[in-house]
Design a protein around this ligand. Structure first.
Ligand code: HEC
Length: 255
């Protein structure tokens, strides 16, 4: 037992600092997404097919499943969400949400092929996606002229720049005297150098809707699962009572 406790302490003393370093790497903003908000999901889907799907597919989703979950009719989907083509024809509502970009072309154009985002919501989480989409800034040293504070040296262009505008990374001024030391540790800040078409608050909402949609897509059955889960737990609670009396009945003659 003593040996076990010593080992446990050893493992913890190594694991805890590692975990805290990992979580300190970038500070993420909290994304207050709401999977029950169908309007936000509908807007998110629309932004996604307009701004992202040229490069990123959602190859585990079908248009008609998304339509049902988001409360859209197949006609609305065909008209508003489908811009991709299969064999020259516009995709049909029963098809997977794939695009025409091959990994080879993606690699040549961007260095890294744009990944499929079907599971991105589970891989990175809402806060990461939300913060990532808000963290592009101008960096002339990069091939596409932008960089990202959440995903350093990212190969993706700032596709929403028209909406958000362009940010710049401002390093703390090198101050003299007693504040110099404090300033040296101050984090560089993102500031909006060129405003976009919409205000920052509106941009936050656009990004939140896209994040909400990506989190929904990564687990379309989540709301249903949670709703069923409540009934399962209630059933189990009732069943405990039944099982208890059953046990009493069975064991009453055993001494
Ligand atoms: C012009 C092509 C292009 C468009 C349009 C585009 N992306 Fe990307 N995206 C990329 C590439 C390329 C990468 C891979 C970057 C890398 O690995 O360096 C990427 C990476 C990402 C990642 C990170 C994936 C990871 O590694 O976990 C996310 C999230 C993402 N994109 C979301 C979006 C969203 C949301 C939109 C629409 C608003 C969008 N992208 C539009 C090209 C694009």
């Amino acid at each position: 037992m003593k040996k076990f406790i010593t080992r446990l302490l050893l493992v913890l003393s190594i694991a805890l600092p590692v975990a805290s370093i990992a979580s300190e790497e970038v500070s993420l903003e909290k994304a207050n997404i709401d999977l029950r908000n169908q309007q936000s999901l509908q807007r998110g889907a629309k932004y996604f097919v307009n701004y992202c799907m040229g490069c990123h597919s959602l190859s585990m989703s079908r248009y008609n499943r998304v339509a049902t979950d988001l409360g859209l009719t197949p006609e609305q989907v065909q008209k508003n969400l489908i811009f991709t083509r299969t064999d020259g024809e516009l995709s049909k509502v029963g098809e997977l949400m794939k695009n025409g970009m091959t990994p080879k072309y993606g690699n040549e154009a961007f260095g890294n092929a744009p990944p499929d985002l079907s599971l991105e919501g589970r891989l990175r989480g809402a806060d990461w996606i939300y913060s990532f989409l808000k963290a592009f800034y101008k960096d002339p040293t990069r091939p596409l002229g932008v960089n990202n504070t959440v995903f350093a040296n990212v190969g993706m262009p700032h596709v929403l720049w028209e909406l958000q505008g362009m940010q710049e990374l401002q390093h703390a001024e090198a101050a003299e005297g007693e504040h110099a030391a404090a300033n040296a540790h101050a984090e560089p800040k993102l500031v909006l150098a060129t405003p976009g078409k919409i205000s920052l608050a509106e941009y936050d909402r656009v990004v939140l809707d896209i994040t909400n949609f990506l989190v929904y897509v990564s687990e379309p059955g989540k709301l249903h699962r949670q709703a069923v889960g409540i009934w399962v737990v209630l059933f189990l609670l009732v069943f405990i009572v039944v099982a208890y009396f059953l046990k009493k009945e069975y064991w009453k003659d055993v001494h």
